[in-house]
Each structure stands twice: as structure tokens, then as C-alpha cells.
Design a protein around this ligand. Structure first.
Ligand code: PRP
Ligand code: URA
Length: 209
């Protein structure tokens, strides 16, 4: 699929196996979400522009490359996306953080908005939308709709687990958005849960069930 990157790095796959395991407790689950997000960030930022700079080392002048001053924003979809933020901000401390609150209606599986707070200059930033799960794609499409309505032009989606239905929905609505996944699963079940997936990401991160 065009614009979809499934990251098959052994470290990511190892941590994903721990994440999926029903026996993994809240503490380790949170750690795995965070560590996988950090590793994914490394790949998802691969094409950021850099500029050449000269740095004086203790022995000589070195030609180096630094990020070309591009402004970034991380936008987690609440709640579960929060688990991915810290490790990304550790790598990119200058990034601003926006929040979009959406939950899936248990009956219709459609996203319901309850919160949105974005950096003032979000339209000038390269935006990384983060959420562990891309199931029907309804939440991702709604979040990207908000961001585009606010003028955002450069949006990258980072999900830990996706499935064909969710990827297709995002691609149909937003063909310009690149999607980074740690795992592409088989399908959705009748409750719109990803099979095999990992269960409810928000509940497992926050210990609510
Ligand atoms: C989960 C997940 C995504 C959404 C994915 O959130 O974190 O946001 O479902 O499903 P979709 O692709 O079908 O929209 P949920 O609605 O359970 O809310 P939570 O993060 O507060 O638990
Ligand atoms: N949200 C989750 O947390 N898990 C799924 O499998 C689908 C949506």
C-alpha cells in the first residue's frame, strides 16, 4: 500500500510481542508503548530536512548536519495516544504538543469529540498524530480532518497496530498522509476490535479495566 510503512525492525517487533501478550501488566505495557513510539519516531522522522553546520571539535572543524529549523508538533489522540508522547518529546524536545480528545461510541464505533487544544501556529508545523490503534480509522480520519481545518498541510500518522480497514479509511480520506505502523494485523472483529491486536489500548495503559 502506498504511503504505508510497516516497521519490521527486530527491536520494535520484540517489544510488540510483549505488548500484545495478555499477561503483560500495566507498568510494562506502558513502557513498551513508550519505547516502541520512540523507535518508530526514529523512522518516521527520517525525511526531515537538515542543514549543514560547522562545529568546532576539540581538535578541528567538522562539517555536520542539524535539523533545518523545521517546526514540529506531536498530536496524541486522547487517551491512548498520550502513552506515545514522552519518548517522542525526549527525542525532539522543541516539538509543541496538541491534544485531540476522541472516544469511540461503543454502539456505533464512530468517534465522538470531547477536547481539542492545538498550538497557535499548528498550520506551520510538521504534525505527527499518534495513537496506538488504527481500527476502523474513524478516530484518525476525524483527527486529521480537524488538523486540516486548522490549516495543517504536513501530517504524518503513527500507530502501533493497524489493520487493512483502518489504513484504507485514512488513505481514502487523506491520501497525502503517510502512515507508520509497527504491525499490520488481519482484520476487525464484530466489535471493531483489531484481530489479533492487543485489546483496548487505553484501558491497558491506564489500568481502567
Ligand atoms: C481507541 C484508540 C483509537 C481508537 C481507534 O480509543 O486509542 O483512538 O480507539 O479506533 P478507530 O480506528 O475505530 O477509531 P478509544 O475510543 O477506545 O478511546 P480511549 O483512548 O480513551 O480508550
Ligand atoms: N481501540 C483499541 O484500543 N483496540 C482495538 O482493537 C480497537 C480500537
Amino acid at each position: 500500500m502506498a504511503n504505508v510503512h510497516v516497521l519490521d525492525h527486530p527491536l520494535i517487533q520484540h517489544k510488540l510481542a510483549i505488548l500484545r501478550n495478555e499477561k503483560t501488566g500495566v507498568k510494562e505495557f506502558r513502557e513498551m508503548i513508550s519505547e516502541i513510539a520512540g523507535l518508530m519516531c526514529y523512522e518516521a522522522t527520517r525525511n526531515l530536512p537538515t542543514t549543514e553546520v560547522e562545529v568546532q571539535t576539540p581538535v578541528a572543524l567538522a562539517k555536520c548536519r542539524m535539523l533545518a529549523g523545521k517546526k514540529l508538533a506531536i498530536v496524541p489522540i486522547l487517551r491512548a495516544g498520550l502513552g506515545m508522547v514522552d519518548s517522542i518529546v525526549d527525542l525532539i524536545p522543541s516539538a509543541k504538543i496538541g491534544h485531540i480528545g476522541l472516544y469511540r461510541d461503543p454502539e456505533t464505533h464512530l468517534p465522538v469529540e470531547y477536547y481539542c487544544k492545538l498550538p497557535d501556529d499548528i498550520e506551520n508545523r510538521q504534525v505527527f498524530v499518534v495513537d496506538p490503534m488504527l481500527a476502523t480509522g474513524g478516530s484518525a480520519v476525524a483527527a486529521i480532518d480537524f488538523l486540516k481545518a486548522r490549516g495543517c498541510k504536513q501530517i504524518i500518522m503513527m500507530n502501533i497496530i493497524g489493520c487493512p480497514e483502518g489504513v484504507q479509511a485514512v488513505q481514502d480520506a487523506h491520501p497525502d498522509v503517510e502512515i507508520y505502523l509497527a504491525g499490520m494485523d488481519e482484520r476487525l472483529n464484530d466489535h471493531a476490535y483489531i484481530i489479533p491486536g492487543l485489546g483496548d489500548a487505553g484501558d491497558r495503559i491506564f489500568g481502567t479495566r
